[in-house]
Design a protein around this ligand. Structure first.
Ligand code: IMP
Ligand code: MG
Length: 178
């Protein structure tokens, strides 16, 4: 996106506070029962690490890379599902992802895990967009409900960049340029 500008949407402080709340809720919910936390790369990278630091030492951590985006819109085709293999049979899995948009990624990943015999699959996302779902996905934990705008930062990218920004921004076409 040429001539784009960034508008801050969620501050570092709000992210930190919300991640802490989510970690408390997740910890209370599973009550020390074994859980595999499955982070979806690359978008969930920062959220996952910050959350994991606050979860009990009994959690097992797995990461897989899945991708569905090229530029600012979902391609609808999810890459990386074949990389999902692993020891999920009989396990409770908590998928951690950056954002729930069309829902295609999370519903596919969830279905794969259940096919592989996972006992239960819960979902935790940093952001959930309003009014963009193509399939129904229930996220048990949501960091922030946001409008249908393209966001970057704190792991979220636009064509690979902006992930390292520590706050979340809306990427919008700049009005100041001709
Ligand atoms: P879905 O399959 O359409 O729900 O999209 C899921 C993936 O698309 C997310 O894990 C993100 O990587 C990417 N995505 C969706 N919306 C945004 C956004 O606003 N900014 C950056 N990435 C996004
Ligand atoms: Mg992603």
């Amino acid at each position: 996106m040429k001539n784009a500008s960034l508008r801050r949407l969620i501050s570092k402080r709000d992210i930190r506070r919300r991640v802490r709340e989510l970690a408390e809720e997740i910890t209370a919910h599973y009550q020390g029962r074994p859980v595999v936390v499955l982070g979806l790369m690359n978008g969930a990278l920062f959220f996952l690490v910050d959350l994991l630091r606050l979860l009990p030492e009994s959690v097992i951590v797995e990461c897989r890379t899945v991708a569905s985006y090229a530029g600012p819109s979902s391609t609808g085709k999810i890459h990386g599902l074949d990389m999902l293999h692993g020891n999920f049979a009989g396990k409770t899995v908590l998928i951690v992802d950056d954002i729930l948009d069309t829902g295609l990624t999370l519903s596919e990943v969830r279905a794969r895990l259940l096919d592989m015999g996972a006992k239960r699959v819960d979902v935790c996302v940093l952001c959930r967009k309003e009014g963009t779902r193509k399939v129904r996905v229930r996220a048990k934990w949501v960091g922030f409900d946001i409008k249908n705008e393209f966001v970057v930062g704190y792991g979220l990218d636009f064509d690979g960049v902006y992930r390292t920004r520590q706050e979340i921004f809306v990427l919008e076409p700049s009005s100041s340029t001709p």
